[in-house]
Structures are given as structure tokens and as C-alpha cells.
Design a protein around this ligand. Sequence first.
Ligand code: FE2
Length: 376
Amino acid sequence: MGDTLIARHDDRRDIEPPALGGIDHVEWWVGNARAFSGFLASHFGFEIVAYAGPETGRRDRVSHVLQQGRIRFMVTGALTPDSPIAEHVRAHGDGVRDICFLVDDAEAAYDAALARGALPERPPSVDTDELGAIHHSAIRTYGETVHTFLDRSAYAGEFAPGFGPPLLPAVGGPPVGLTRFDHIVGNVEKGHLDQWVDYYEHVLGFDPLVHFDDDQISTEYSALMSTVVWNHDKVVLPINEPAEGRRKSQIEEYLDYYRSPGVQHMALHTPDIVAAVRAMRQRGVRFLTVPPEYYDEARERMAGVDLPWEALAELGIMVDRDADGHLLQIFTENLCDRPTVFFEIIQRAGAKGFGAGNFKALFEAIERAQAARGNL
Ligand code: FE2
């Protein structure tokens, strides 16, 4: 992956970037879609809403669609050994293949993105059934990750042509209450952060929202740099690269195991993080933990903000504030076998940041897990 990835078009600024209506869904490519979908349903409270596979006329793959609030996942697995999904899983383990954007016109979005320097993935095409049509196209981003442009305005069905009712039954448990994607973070190789920030600026018209240097994101052992790009609306995509530290950066550990750049974590928003984390813990989700001393320091840092400290400490929820308000957040352990992708759960009370005040405590928690794997 060299600098040639970003094609240079002098006229690209004259072409309006694709207008994105938010994230339609995120697609996982996994080794066992049935088991992973069951895990998301039982542990995180997702509702399984649609299914495609041999029973609905699809011969090469199965997909389960899960939903909670406006968060939608498609979980896909291969049915044949020569499938690109099987290849992806062999290389990366289970992971995120596609961050799919909603658009008004999938062909216009594709043409505009390519004219602005996008790497093509899939030219515009249309899927139809008796309920209407889904128009879609796709461009590449870091690693083997892609962005689909999807227009569902001419479709009246639950998800897409070829999908039927869910195959898996509903799973019981306390309600969790996750509502929307807050941000989705990618890890890229050392020295490639600026190139990918440029890619989002040039191709999709995003702007940098905030940059964190390695002196802000470092512990005794490891460091990283991060730039957050966004579309000034619902799509917020931080990008990390490893930085020089005394030991292996958590980003390097990710790259070693994922074997390429890719999605590191997805932050899922909830209006009530105490209830959400309590429910997820009851459902069996494992979270990274912070030491009890964290809360002595946090109470000082958050002086004047009324917070349920006992519940936060009991559940391991972290807190931070910025000029606009405060936020509460917690991170799961890795979701798959390899130490790669995980969820963040976040509640915002005005704050627009990403928990910079927690970076040190968080990274120390990640490093304890990294050390337990023998990778620090
Ligand atoms: Fe995050």
C-alpha cells in the first residue's frame, strides 16, 4: 500500500462529494455467521430481523441482519471454500468488511467518488424483487475494507432483495438500549495516517475534526496517533496509526493479527449507559476494567458534575469532560478470537470528544490484556 493509492485529479474539487445520509449498516465477514449473530443477539441485545441463504435462493453465502435502534449489522459467512468471504476470514479472522453509507443515488455517488480519486470496488448495480429495487456501488478504503453506497428509496421490504424473515429465533434478556453508531475507528500502518485522512478529505469531502498526537496518546509502553475525520453530520471516522514506544503499540498488535489495516472499534451510543452496561454484563459481555484508583482521580476531574459514582465504579464505566459537556464510556474485550475488533459503549451529555481524559487509563487496561497475550 503506497502513496499511489490516492489518484490525483486536479479537477476533483469541482465535483461535489457524495452526500451521505448516514451509515445504513456495517457488514461483518465471519467464519460462522450463525454463531456470531447469536452472540450479538444474546450478549448485546440485537434483534435478528432478516436472513438470506440457500433457503432464500442464495447459494454462496448466508447473511443475518441484526438491528438495535438505528444500529444495523449484516453478518455474512461463506458456503464454499473458494469464496472471497472465506479468503477474508483466513487472512483477517472475523472482521468488518463494509461500512455502508446511505445515499440518494448510488451511481452518482460512485461517479463523484471516483472522479475525486476513490479506489473502485464494485460498479453500480441493482438488486430487485417484487418489493422494489436496491441500487448500490462500492469504493475501497484502508486494507480490504470497503464503503458501499446504498440507495434503498425504491425498496419497500425489510432489508434487501433476496432476504427473508430471520432464521434464528429471538433471544431473551434485559433490554440494552443501544441507539446509533457514534464513531467507527480504523487502524492503518505507521506513516499512513495522513494519506488516509487525505483520502477521506478528497474522495468524500470529509474534514478533520480533531487530531491526537502521540504525546497525548501514550503510556509508559506504547503510543499511537489519531485523526478524526467526519462529514459534518452523522459519519465520524477516527483513524489511528502506531507511534514509537518502548514496547509494541496496541495498533501494531492489531495490524499483526488482522494482517492489514481495518476497523478497530465501533462506538455504539446509548442514552443510559448504566442500564446498558448492567444489562450487557448480565448477558455475559466482558469489558476492560479500570483500577479503583481511577475513580478517585475521576471524581476530582469531574468536580461539579452530578454522576452515579457508585454505579460507575461497580460497572467499570469511565468518564470525561470537555468544553461542551461530559461523556461516559466503556470498552469491551475483543469480540473475536484474534485481538482485533471491539465495541465501545458511549453516552454523551453535550461532550463532543472521544474521552481524551481516559486515554491513559484505557490504554493501560488494553496493555494489561496485551501483556496477558504475550504481545506487549
Ligand atoms: Fe472510540
